[in-house]
Design a binder for this molecule. Structure first.
Ligand SMILES: Nc1nc2c(c(=O)[nH]1)N[C@H]1C(S)=C(S)[C@@H](COP(=O)(O)O)O[C@H]1N2
Ligand SMILES: [Mo]
Length: 353
């Protein structure tokens, strides 16, 4: 391929891998598995393109005397891409190592951000315009398609190898997450999106407030929410790479909403934590979600959100709000929630003061 076509393809593959990567972190519905496949294909394509690029600059690399600052940066970039790719592929095939307290998936995410920033920056500073003669021609088209098809074909290849060799990766969910402590009550990992760690809540004084677009707001006692006894089996799938299925118990959100009169324009239901962390669901979906007080036979531990947490099937773990104190009916989507999950840990309650 022409150097410019290679370089622009690298930029494109990076953008594809980056965007699908970001979306994959917040995707929890099995029907959206294609996002994860596209992410893998983007990565494989990038790898093949890099190989072409390295071959082109190889003569310059082997002559130490011809090195300059750009060579160093180039090598650094190559190393970063390899590490980003390596950590990703190692994770999905079942690699279970932790470096500096972070697992391979965490490193993959971090490196993905760094590589993308570097490549975008490099593209803006140094990219040369793509001319017609860089693209046209049968040989160009053949080479370009071969690399792209290669990238696409490596995905089923990897899946197949995983199964044949029975690698641990074959047991992962479509999100890449691994099972930990299913059906174990509270004996599965606790996790926070940033670092929420409120003080334990006293249910004697705790009340759940149901407010917003309702005619008359209401408060509920802990024991009222327990006694409803609604059950829901669902899988919590955290972006950090574990999942856990439990039989949750508590009160269906629909049952709760039925106790008040909703405003005619009610569209969403927002679940607000005592740390101010919050997330919302469309009204119909929210009705089927559960406000859980129990996991299996055990009442929720503090770490898992006692006294009340949201259980919302096919949504990623970060949406399963813990330590809920307020349910608010909304008439329109609320974008502030996206900020809230990053800032809640810096509030007094979020820090546990
Ligand atoms: N209030 C609050 N709720 C939260 C979080 C948080 O940081 N604060 N983290 C979320 C994330 S990222 C996940 S994966 C799940 C983890 O639930 P667990 O600790 O019960 O495993 O809780 C979610 N609910
Ligand atoms: Mo998470």
């Amino acid at each position: 391929m022409s150097p410019r076509l290679t370089d622009w393809s690298i930029a494109l593959a990076t953008v594809i891998a980056f965007m699908t990567g970001v979306v994959s972190l917040i995707t929890g519905h099995p029907q959206e598995w294609l996002i994860f496949v596209l992410h893998a294909i983007g990565g494989f394509w990038l790898l093949l393109l890099m190989w072409g690029k390295v071959r082109r600059v190889w003569p310059r690399l082997v002559h130490l005397l011809r090195w300059d600052r750009r060579t160093i940066f180039g090598l650094l970039a190559l190393l970063l891409v390899m590490l980003a790719f390596g950590s990703g592929i190692w994770w999905v095939t079942g690699g279970d190592v932790s470096v500096g307290g972070f697992n391979l998936l965490n490193w993959h995410i971090l490196l993905g951000f760094v590589v993308t920033t570097a490549i975008i920056f490099h593209t803006f500073v140094r990219a040369k315009r793509l001319r017609t003669r860089d693209i046209v021609g049968r040989r160009r088209a053949v080479h370009f398609s071969a690399l792209l098809i290669g990238g696409v074909a490596l995905w089923p290849g990897e899946q197949f190898t995983e199964r044949i060799l029975n690698l641990p990766g074959a047991k992962q969910r479509f999100t890449g997450s691994r099972e930990v402590g299913s059906y174990s009550g509270n004996a599965f990992p606790t996790s926070s999106w940033v670092a929420d760690q409120p003080r334990p809540i006293d249910v004697q004084t705790w009340r759940l407030t149901l407010a917003g677009a309702v005619t008359i707001p209401r408060e509920f006692f802990y024991h009222e929410l327990v006694s409803a006894g609604d059950e829901l089996e669902a899988t919590l799938d955290c972006t950090s790479g574990f999942y856990s299925t439990q039989r949750w118990r508590g009160t269906r959100v629909g049952r709760l909403l039925d106790q008040v009169e909703l405003g005619r324009d009610a569209r969403y239901v927002s679940f607000v934590s005592m740390t101010s962390y919050r997330w919302s669901l469309p009204l119909e979906e929210a009705r089927h979600a559960l406000l859980a007080t129990h996991s299996g036979q055990e009442s929720l531990s503090h770490g898992h959100g006692f006294p009340l947490r949201l259980v919302t099937p096919d949504r990623r773990g970060f949406e399963w709000v813990k330590w809920i104190t307020r349910v608010e009916v909304l008439t329109e989507p609320e974008l502030g929630q996206v900020v809230s999950i990053f800032t809640s840990s810096f509030t007094n309650n979020g820090r546990g003061d």
